[in-house]
Each structure stands twice: as C-alpha cells, then as structure tokens.
Write a protein that binds this ligand. Structure first.
Ligand code: IDP
Ligand code: CA
Length: 497
C-alpha cells in the first residue's frame, strides 16, 4: 500500500485532475488546429461579371470580365474571362443602314450569355464605348452617328444583362483608361514606385499617356487621379486621324496631291509598298474621311504601284506630321505640347500587331530600321508566298505600318535609340488584353478606391497560427509550474518528516 502511494506521488500523471486537464488541452488544441485549417481552405467563390464592348473604328470586340465578389476593391482581382470579335467592320461603317448596327452584335452577345452563369445575368453590367471611328462619323454626320448609337443601345437593352449605356468616349478617356488598365494589371498602383506609360495605336486615333510631374502647360492634357491613397498626375493626348488606317489615307492623299496627272489614269508610285505590288484603287476610298483634304483628284481610280524603297518611304511618311510648329517648351507634333518622356511604356493594339508580325518587338531601333528596309524591298509575290495565311488587307500594309510606327515613336513622341528599350510591345498582361476597356469598367464600377483599404495588422492565417502557438506556450508553462510546485512541496514534506 505504502509503496503504491509512493509511486502515485512520484508520477503526477496518475492524478485524476491532471489527466482531465491534459485531455481538455488536447481537445482545445485539436479544435484550434482544425479551425485554422478549415478557415484557410479555399472556399467556393462567388464571382461577379462585367461586359465592355470596344466599338473601335475597324471592328468591335466584346470583353467579359470576372472577379471574386468579396474582393471587389483588391487590385489585380479582375480577370478577362472571355473575348469575342464581332464579325464585319466597326459600328461606324453602318452609317447608311444604322438599324443594322445593333443586330451585328448578336453572336458575340450570345457568347457572353454562355460565358456567364445564368443566375448572374441580371446583375451583370454591360457598357459600350465607341472610339475614333464614331468620333469621325459624328464630325461628318451627327445624325448618322446618333442613329448608330441608338441602334446599339436598343439592342443591348434587350439582352438579359443590366445595360449601363453606350457612348462615344473622348480621346482623353481612351488614353487614361488604357493607362489605368496596364498599371492595374501590373499591380503598379499598390506595389511599384513608378507607373508605366501607355501607347495605344488604333485605326483612326492614337494615344500617348504617362505620369509626369511637369504640369505647368496645357492643363487640358493633364488628369489627376487619387488611387489607393496616392496622387497621380498624368499627361495624355489623343491624335485623331493618326491611327494607322487614317494615317495611310493622309499619306496617300499627300502623294496623290504631289503628283497630279493630266489626262489618263493616275499611277501612284509608292515607296511604302512592295515592288511588284500593283492594284487599281478607288479614289473615293481615301477621300471618304474628314481627315483628308477636301480637294480631291478629279479621277475616280488610280493605280497603286509599290517600289519598296524604305528611305524614301520614311521621308514621305514624315510629311504627314508637322514637326516645326511648337509654341510650348516641348512638343510631340502638330504643335501639341508633350512633357519629356519618363519611365517605361507599354505599347499595345496595332503597335503590337504590326511589330509582332515584323519580328521587331525586342530589337533596338537601328536594327528595326535595317530589318524593315529589307522587308519593304521584298517583292510582293514573295511576301504573299511566305505568308499565305495572313489577311491580304493587313499584309499589303505592313511595310507602311511599320514605317509609320517607327516614325511616330521616334520623330513624333521623341523616343531615341537609348530610350527605345523602354517601350515594351505587349498584347496581354496577366492573361488580360491591354486596352482601355478594363480601365473603363474599373472606373464605372468604382472598383479602384481613392484611399487604400484598411487591412488588419496581421493576416488571418498568421492570427490563427499565433493563437495556437500561444495556447501551446501556455500549456507548457502550466506543466512547468506544476512540476516546480510538486518538487518544492515534496521537498518541504521531507523537511517536516
Ligand atoms: O492582326 C492584325 N494585324 C495588323 N493590324 C491589325 C490586326 N488586328 C487589328 N489590327 C488593326 O488594329 C487597329 C485597331 O484599331 P481600332 O479598331 O481599335 O480603332 P480605334 O481605336 O482608332 O477606334 C486597326 O488599324 C486594325 O486594322
Ligand atoms: Ca482601339
């Protein structure tokens, strides 16, 4: 008996309260660990959706975006779920039969219906923004542009989505939203010291946008943003008629006016088209735009003949710009103020399509010029043989388009051989297309807050881990205290004995 009691006193685990405490602690710790694992398991996300239609001058694209419902204001959360290119030309081409403009969007809107779960349709906002093609049509024929917009509005209103409006956005908005898109997708607003500039080349206009502290001139070209608690002063300018399709019209007009012919069909010897290229073209196709001079050549047709001479091509391309007039401290072209370039630039849309086709997206400026000169001098039949799958409409123009891009960037915007590496020709960032549509939607749905959202001092997972650790330490301390107490009480018992 005495021996048994002695053993029990030596081994404290034999005591009932201790066993109960140990079991309780095990249960509590087990509970806490399970809770922390459960809490951090990815829960089934509820997504929200948004649709933006980019009604460009050459064609319309439909973009479907999605984001987790509870993370609306976290940057980098919106992703591009689906895109669809509307068949045919841009909505401005429906100026003669405006009521056909809306129905032309049908197939792509049906695709959007399939891309978004049906229960979400009603709450999904849909926006249409029209760019330079519609700006030009409004200039030429306001009634026609109004009718085209009315047709697309009526069509979109009848879709199951929540229609939020169809309008012609300004060139400034186009530039600014493109800038917001590239910086949002690169997570520059919250993580980086600097933002990235945006260069957008369309068919009818082109935009340059970048952060610049230089704000004393031309207030019109500066926009202020407060995003995630930071101030941004952004320069943006849109050049109407300097998209690549309108620039080609300006270019052909200059050449046709420079070599008027007397009687007979006019032949235009064009250094920006390949040798052996020979096509009869309608004069009306050039003069159907408010960008070109009102004095038309008298003939209805002309023969467009390529000569493939890059040096001469660049010399002629330069003529569509005015580089001499400038009443400000510094200018891009046509007397437009532009502060000195700063930082890196993302160049997208036609900047990317053309430079990518020509394999010039990562070449230095001088190499690009040499390669382009060699490409322009290639005979047209060889070009068509080498690129059987490329649409002829694009293929015939790549020599001109490449030359136009190099000239616009170097002589127009003032990039140099040294700063050329700061231009990144991009199509997508983080799987979403670079362009103005995402920035437009982020702005209209208030998804970029002016102030940085308050975040807890430690993340949730860290909090749970700390709590578990804390319980372990507490448990260890109690055991330690108990042992200490046991030892000192048995020592004092011995002394009494
Ligand atoms: O694959 C391609 N190769 C060359 N150019 C392209 C390709 N895809 C689109 N483009 C061009 O990109 C431009 C897009 O312009 P958009 O239609 O957005 O006009 P906008 O922005 O001036 O309103 C057009 O000039 C179109 O021809
Ligand atoms: Ca565009």
């Amino acid at each position: 008996m005495a021996g048994q009691r002695e053993m029990r006193e030596k081994n404290p685990w034999h005591r009932r309260p201790i066993i109960i405490i140990a079991v309780l602690f095990t249960v509590v710790i087990g509970g806490l660990v399970t809770m922390s694992v459960m809490q951090n398991k990815p829960i089934h996300q509820k997504y929200k959706y948004g649709i933006v239609l980019d009604a460009g001058s050459s064609h319309t694209s439909v973009y479907v975006y999605q984001w987790p419902a509870e993370k609306e204001n976290n940057t980098g959360m919106v992703t591009q779920k689906h895109t669809c290119n509307v068949k045919g030309k841009g909505i401005s081409s429906y100026f003669r039969n405006a009521n056909q403009a809306g129905p032309s969007l049908r197939e792509c809107m049906e695709e959007a219906e399939r891309a978004i779960p049906t229960p979400r349709h009603q709450e999904t906002p849909v926006y249409l923004g029209a760019t330079a093609g519609m700006r030009l049509l409004r200039k030429e024929n306001e009634t026609a542009s109004g009718n085209v917009l009315l047709s697309v509005m009526q069509f979109l209103q009848a879709t199951p989505f929540s229609f939020q409006g169809a309008r012609i956005i300004t060139g400034q908005e186009e530039g600014a939203y493109g800038w917001i898109t590239v910086n949002y997708l690169s997570d520059n607003f919250r993580r980086a010291q600097h933002t990235m500039g945006a260069l957008d080349l369309g068919g009818a206009s082109t935009q340059i946008t970048f952060e610049s502290g230089d704000h004393f001139k031309s207030i019109n070209d500066f926009i202020h943003f407060r995003l995630y608690g930071k101030e941004y002063r952004v320069y943006t300018h849109s050049f109407l008629c300097y998209g690549k399709d309108q620039a080609l019209k300006l270019f052909l007009d200059r050449q046709l006016q420079a070599h008027p012919t007397g009687s007979g069909k006019q032949t235009l010897e064009d250094p920006c088209f390949h040798p052996g290229y020979n096509k009869s073209k309608s004069v009306q196709d050039i003069y159907n735009s408010p960008c070109v001079s009102e004095v038309q050549p008298s003939k209805a047709e002309f023969t467009h003949k390529g000569t493939g001479n890059w040096m001469l091509c660049q010399k002629n391309v330069r003529r569509i710009f005015n580089f001499s007039e400038c009443t400000s401290s510094s200018c891009s072209f046509n007397g437009v103020f532009q502060p000195p370039l700063k930082g890196q630039f993302g160049a997208f849309s036609a900047f990317f399509f053309v430079m990518d086709f020509l394999n010039l997206t990562s070449e230095p400026l001088e190499v690009s010029k040499k390669k382009l000169a060699a490409y322009c001098s290639m005979p047209w039949d060889e070009v068509t043989k080498n690129h059987k799958k490329v649409k002829e409409k694009y293929l015939q123009e790549y020599c001109f388009s490449g030359t136009y891009i190099l000239t616009l960037l170097e002589d127009g915007y003032n990039f140099t051989s040294e700063t050329w590496k700061d231009i990144k020709f991009i199509k997508k960032i983080a799987n979403s297309d670079a362009g103005w549509t995402l920035g437009y939607m982020l702005n209209l749905t208030n998804m970029i807050p002016a102030e940085a959202p308050d975040s807890p001092p430690i993340p949730h997972a860290g909090y749970v881990t700390l709590m578990v650790l804390f319980v372990f330490v507490l448990f260890f301390l109690i055991v330690l205290a108990y042992c200490f107490f046991r030892r000192s009480s048995s020592a004092s018992q011995k002394q009494i004995v």
